[in-house]
Design a protein around this ligand. Sequence first.
Ligand code: NAD
Ligand code: UFG
Length: 338
Amino acid sequence: MTRTLITGGAGFIGSHACVEFVQTGQEVVVLDNLSNASLRSIHAVERITQKNIPFVEGDIRDADVLGKLFHDHEIDSVIHFAGLKAVGESVEQPLKYFDNNVNGTLRLIEAMTNAGVKTIVFSSSATVYGTPEHCPISESAPTGAVNPYGRSKLMVEQMLQDLFASDPAWRISLLRYFNPVGAHASGEIGEDPNGIPNNLMPYISQVAIGKLPFLRVFGDDYPTPDGTGIRDYIHVVDLARAHVQALKFLRREPRIAIHNLGTGQGYSVLDVLKAFETACGRKLPFEITDRRSGDVAESYADPTKANCELEWRAEFGIEKMCADSWRWQSSHPEGFAD
Ligand code: NAD
Ligand code: UFG
């Protein structure tokens, strides 16, 4: 039976994708170097699905590991999540990001080529739109990343476009995620950031559990209804399901395609805080501070293309995103270390 290789499958989005692939009757094998994940997430996926998940600890830049993986398993497609994603760190250590994200993907593509596997779904990001001219953002909007992380995503997109132009036998899905949040409804897997979180939802979760004293709201003077930044938060389970649909799409339509993955609905920082207060049942302290450098006022998707072509639609709203984040955080205050 053929399998899908899931790189970065022990991570936040990858572990949720494993659940969805297995629960739709597909065979997977996970490759992860555990640089930002715990093997416990794979064990949790096994508990949720009641299936054994073949796991290889290794790096996408390691040709020997990849060669053996493609030799040992009958792999016909790759869902490629493995990569680094911290914007601030990418500014401080850009080469680490170009090596891991760009060179890593190049090595993966070479190994796929050697094995005759030509179907890949790539985790891109709405960050490739830089400062959007207007919202909602469609796939035809101009791109222009504003930090090394974003540029690494754009470079990989361009590399894959050039690859397809040179060999149309490839089937390539470029998925531009907006803001993934939430957790599996079981409370068994979720986001487990190292140190103090950079992103809004894990930060609020840690205020709610008492690990952090208050939320800093980065600016209330944006040209938005309440002055705080607006984003398109998408439940990680909806996002994971879009990958199942993207692979089905590539099997139907052998080509390269770009899709935005978002709900199309924007929420402000204060909207999210309010929804989280409802989920956890108490008021959460916050302070308004200066804007964070590099932040845009608003970013939300036009998801029409994904809705039509992938036959997919985000189902879960902000209430469930917060309720599921809270269930995960409150049952695992220390993440997978618990
Ligand atoms: P994550 O850090 O939880 O998952 C990434 C996984 O890849 C981790 O398990 C890590 O150990 C692994 N990994 C990293 N480098 C590797 C390498 N060289 N070889 C093997 N494994 C490696 O992050 P996530 O939030 O699940 O993100 C998954 C993908 O989606 C990333 O490519 C990220 O850039 C992209 N993305 C994430 C977001 C977001 O906000 N979470 C938004 C847009 C795009
Ligand atoms: N925010 C706060 N306080 C915090 C954290 C965030 O007010 O402590 C605000 C931000 O200013 C922004 C909103 O909450 O208005 C969302 O911020 P996040 O850091 O959660 O998300 P971003 O939209 O800034 O960035 C995310 C990912 C990036 C990715 C980008 C576009 O972190 O990797 O989406 O996909 F590039």
